[in-house]
Ligand binder design. Sequence first.
Ligand code: KIV
Length: 271
Amino acid sequence: MTQLQDIKKVRIQHLAQAKAAGQKTTMLTAYDTPTAAIFDATGIDMLLVGDSMGNAVLGYDSTLPVTLDDSLRATRAVAAGSSRSLVVSDLPFGTYEASPEKCFDSAVALMKAGAEAVKFEGGARVAPQIHLLSQSGIPVMAHLGFTPQSVNTLGGNRVQGRDDASAKRLAEDALAVQDAGAFAVVLELMPATLAADLTARLDIPTIGIGAGPGTDGQVLVWTDMAGMGDWQPSFAQRFGEVGAALRVAAQAYGSAVRDGRYPSEEQSFTS
Ligand code: KIV
């Protein structure tokens, strides 16, 4: 098979082929045009317009306050910045759970804004939603394990599937979302052995976050991945120090303005 990195435009079929060929897939969150353009140009396969924007860039304590309007605006921006990556947009809390019809309306709005697939949280309980969307031409990525929109029922950011009963429930949910038509599933915060086992049992690709190395691909929140803030979860690696670089640039700009070094004569217009 052609290497995934040589594909000019990533589509859901390429992700299935990558799983069959044992090639790992890459996904990062993006919430605006400039970061989407950088990740797209570096060959990241999927850009997730995640509701993690709530914590990462909107200043909220959780993903719960994020609205469909927030997600629509960010989806338009990310779609404008990407050409190769598959753009996947999250359905925010409250926009899909109540019925397949409500889910369909929210997903259609995101697709019209430039999403190429949608993601939402839950297993068997949202199988009817997954079925309706995938039958209607809207690819669905499922999301199992720790599901941040359920933080209040899960009792905080906790690793899921540690005991036999909850591991069994997760396996049932994984098969339910696959049977309903999901093209891929995010596995968040679970033991590596469980994620590897689910990956082996499923035909669809798994994308892990805090789920060890045995999944078909990995996803990270970009601000954690690039060292934008002072803290990141223990499973995330800082692959850069973007926050520190921005601080240096802002300090240099402030000093140059205060000292009268910026703008120079060359940077000023003559009449
Ligand atoms: O919103 C998000 O960024 C996510 C990832 C954590 C998978 O759902």
